[in-house]
Design a protein around this ligand. Sequence first.
Ligand code: CP3
Length: 343
Amino acid sequence: MNDLFLRACRREPVERPPVWMMRQAGRYLPEYRAVRERADFLTMVGTPELAVEVTLQPVDLIGVDAAIIFSDILVVPQAMGMALSVDEGVGPRFHHPLRAAADFDRLRDVSPTADLRYVLDALRLARRELAGRVPLIGFAGAPWTLMSYMVEGQGSKSFTHAKRLLVQDPARAHALLERLARAVGSFLAAQVQAGAQAVQLFDSWAGALGPRDFREFALPYLATAVRTAREAGAPVIAFAPGAGWALEEIADATGADVIGIDWQTDAADARRRLAGRPVALQGNLDPCWLYAPPATIRARTHQMLTAFGGRGHIANLGHGINPDVPVEHARAFVDAVKEWRAP
Ligand code: CP3
């Protein structure tokens, strides 16, 4: 079994850093688009056979060192009773965003084994089909990111609805964040029990908050979710893009095993700032460099690997791969990691 990824999570010695890509099971792969032609996105997410088929594609086609289960962060709010659609060209959208008090009161508590069983079934099936070839990663959205999606109803540039809630009714925001932290923590623990060998928390809208608000509304709930997930016994990755200023606080407050580094953060700086703490680092090539010719991708990737220094590093992009990246370029990134050796 290729266990480079799990060894790097634990900061054990490795021959070379492991590599995978956020959003690696996605539209840049013709084989993904072929499945997607037969089924819409939410059907794929809800059908373990289809989810597992695309989960394995980047392992077979690109040669990554870990699989991440094909799903979405928005399955948790959906399980709490929020109607969700994912429309072509629009992205995910909740039909009735949380605005009035009654909207919050209608939310249900989540039982992962009942309401999110299809994700757990997909994990079990993926483990069986991977047969030990590479480790399997589970994931969930962090409370602040989920809450902002639930309040906005869709992606946003300024997050005015979600931030208005923090300003005008912080008690209501805290109550929902608390519920989400419990739901997400128990969902991740259930994913580990179903076979996920590591789990990642995505706090994708961390960058919408200034330092004080991040410390009040995002970090404590991210920390609760990480702690609950860690009790299940697998390494936990915390990724808060846009909050690179807070790496030390994220490491200290959450106790995560791995800290995700976004592409806006200097790799050598991140390494220096976290040296001496018991964490591995994951990241962080700017996904846009995959538009460069393969020779340039290779050079940039080697620079990034050298800056992180090898041990305790998981090679990845600094955010998800873009859908219009040529497959050959994704392969160039992965191959560049595989040929590199720590100086
Ligand atoms: O990494 C992987 O390959 C696993 C699968 C995965 C998806 N979404 C599949 C997906 C993961 C880990 C996610 C997480 C996710 N989903 C995040 C956090 C990651 C980040 O980027 O910070 C967020 C914010 C979401 C919400 C979401 N889902 C958005 C914003 C979109 C729209 C994307 C778009 O450009 O249309 C989705 C849909 C989605 N999730 C797709 C995929 C492959 C595209 C759906 C399609 O096939 O049309």
